[in-house]
Design a binder for this molecule. Sequence first.
Ligand SMILES: Nc1nc2c(c(=O)[nH]1)N[C@H]1C(S)=C(S)[C@@H](COP(=O)(O)O)O[C@H]1N2
Ligand SMILES: [Mo]
Length: 372
Amino acid sequence: MDEREVKGGAVASEGAVGPEGCEQEELILREQAPLNLESRLENLETFITENNKFYVRNHFPVPGLELTSWKLRLEGSVERAVDLSYDELLQLPSRTVAFTMECAGNSRIFLHGAKGLQWATGALGTAQWTGVPLFEVLKLSGVNSDAVEVVFEGADSGIPVDEPSVKSAINFSRSLSIEEAMSPDVLLAYKMNGEPLSALHGFPLRLIVPGFYGMASVKWLQRIAVTNRRFHGFYQTVDYAFLNSEDADGARKPIKNLQVKSMLIHPRENESIVRDSRYRIYGAAWSAGEIAKVDFSCDEGESWQPAKLLGESLSNCWRFFEFDWAAPSQSGKCTLWTRATDAAGNCQPFEHDDNCGSYVINFVTPVHVNIE
Ligand SMILES: Nc1nc2c(c(=O)[nH]1)N[C@H]1C(S)=C(S)[C@@H](COP(=O)(O)O)O[C@H]1N2
Ligand SMILES: [Mo]
């Protein structure tokens, strides 16, 4: 894997915000323009991922927004349109919610050559997000009885790469149904781990949708529109969309909920382990909801043993696990698997669902180690 370090001085594009001065050495550069950065596994060992070690997923250049000219516009199928300044938002009731955010394309390298950014397993992280519950802001505007969805528009725009169907610049936008939007966990967040959002993570305001893949958490929010019909935006029906083979209409549906998944943090791919030793297997598991169990196999699924879940269980957050492994007494290669099950009874599949294209990569993947 090509892991070029991100050093200061590289700028995404003119007028946009680059990684310089952001102390991004901790991250792996996956794309320079637009800037895409992956977290290092060794920085994902703790419950909270530090802000400067948290992956960055951008589709367009990072807009450099200034508070003096920025405001949030709330309009559409509402009783009254509302404009809110940053200071006005800070005055509204706030909440802090912990949430593990994973990019829907995380682990794409396991699809061997699939189109898109070649993420290994580090396009995820957990932060405490602070902001105004979206429903509080919708209360200010009122919502008409015909409202169906809420559309969130970011200030970033451009023409998506390799998409001849899109001829002119579009903004990054996604929608939620009215029911989803009313969840008290859905936040208009202005803080990440107690600090104001950085430019890379959506300053001054971003949406946070716990339990959904990252694409739902629109950064650099500038406009929220309540609509009386379904939104068919590019990042809703073309990209970040899937085919449901049970649906007769054949239309692509937006990818939404996080699917149950686990990853090993120790050992790493190709790590050497002393034969006959005890080794502490360590990893993380997450889902929309809570994790019920994680099983470990060192014989490609012939037999499974339960790992020990660590810490407390928090909804929509990862949970770490460990397993005290008796490494084989023979030297040679060994393949390690983990398989998580969530509280709703979903467990990780063994194969990728092709209806999801190069997204939702939650099947059981191997870590190969050398017993020496
Ligand atoms: N406006 C805007 N919001 C966005 C994106 C984007 O490109 N533009 N990327 C989305 C995707 S695909 C992910 S995974 C998350 C990543 O958030 P992060 O960069 O703070 O880690 O932001 C989402 N919100
Ligand atoms: Mo993403």
